[in-house]
Design a protein around this ligand. Sequence first.
Ligand SMILES: Cc1cc2nc3c(=O)[nH]c(=O)nc-3n(C[C@H](O)[C@H](O)[C@H](O)COP(=O)(O)O)c2cc1C
Ligand code: SF4
Length: 407
Amino acid sequence: MAEELRVVLRNYGKINPLNIDDYINAGGYKSLEKARSMSQMDVIQEVKKSGLRGRGGAGFNAGQKWMFAYQAQADQKYVICNADEGEPGTYKDRIIMESDPHSVLEGMAICGYAIGANKGYIYCRGEYPYVVDILNTAIAQAKAKGVLGEFDIEVRMGAGAYVCGEETALIESIEGSRGEPRYKPPFPPVSGLWGKPSIVNNVETFANIAIILEKGADWYASLGAPSYPGTKVLTLTGDVVNKKFIEVPTNTTIREVVYGFGGGIPGGKKFKAVQIGGTSGGFIPESLLDTPIDFDSMAAIGATLGSGAVLVMDETRDIVDVVERIAKFFEHESCGKCAPCREGTMRMYKLMSKVNKGQGTAKDVALMERLGRVMSVACLCGLGQAAPTPVLTTIKHFRADYDAKLQ
Ligand SMILES: Cc1cc2nc3c(=O)[nH]c(=O)nc-3n(C[C@H](O)[C@H](O)[C@H](O)COP(=O)(O)O)c2cc1C
Ligand code: SF4
């Protein structure tokens, strides 16, 4: 059986997160020192060569992203850590920040050095006020020790809107505006916070940086799946024996996650489906459980790795009912800026409700499929584009559950 591999969570439970000396004694802030002895370009090339891809959902090569911001000419640049973590069932960023906040600060400071930014923001989920306290304590200790040098970090809190996790909505929110996504391009590395080049990376992405510089790009690139190297922190929820977080190499299969680490389905019940990556993740049937969890393998089966939330459903779950609730979530969280999502999420929820109540027909299911396909290409941001995925994947893999409710 595959084993846990703690790279991001290397200090979990081993250090006192409120004591910077513990982090330093464990080798902390040495990578920042090392980065500063290298050229900016060499740091970026090392991160790029490691193959590290963003852990916030989109899977973009981190070093490549940094390169865009490095190359952009500007008097001011910013580093932003996306700690909004609004995805239901996801709490991996919280675990990282509350157990090892300095690993995130160090990753941000290395990024700041590499791209030429002296200011960083952590945009933290509003429901995590105690995490904000931990981060502020860590920042104060790092400043007092002088380890961050000229690099300054401030924490900003979200207010509960799911869309504010989208990087440009997050930037609008830090600027004090309504959290609505921007039209892209330009992308944040070219024009982000206050129009300046800005790197937005996820907490887990930043927490990988120091160890990459410490152990080298080749070491990191050799872990897990070659196209999406490293590890992934996953949170197991739903109908699974072990509801817990794990960190595993990215070539671990879904079956190993659910049955190995998760301990299988409780109460002797049978497996029905697993949804990975959060609310907009695809529903995966038993026949696809041997798929590795890496970004590309998941995309190949129409699913996502996303934030790493793993929601297991046993045979007693009513799939159509679950998807109706998801459709309601998206109708509520749509920010309303673009019509395909504002209208589409509302229509999708109405159609799902109709079908779930036993009042729908095969024509309604066909309409949902068409609407979903249009939304996935016509919506402005990832929220609307991905909102139909649960509907489309359940119609594909669990069609009998829909048919059983049709007139
Ligand atoms: C609706 C929506 C919500 C998102 N929420 C988050 C979030 O909570 N945390 C996160 O890191 N990325 C989130 N993202 C992805 C970000 O837009 C962005 O891709 C990410 O922060 C980039 O960091 P990475 O390259 O390190 O993954 C969200 C995207 C969308 C469309
Ligand atoms: S897709 Fe939805 S959440 Fe995104 S901008 Fe359009 S209305 Fe807002």
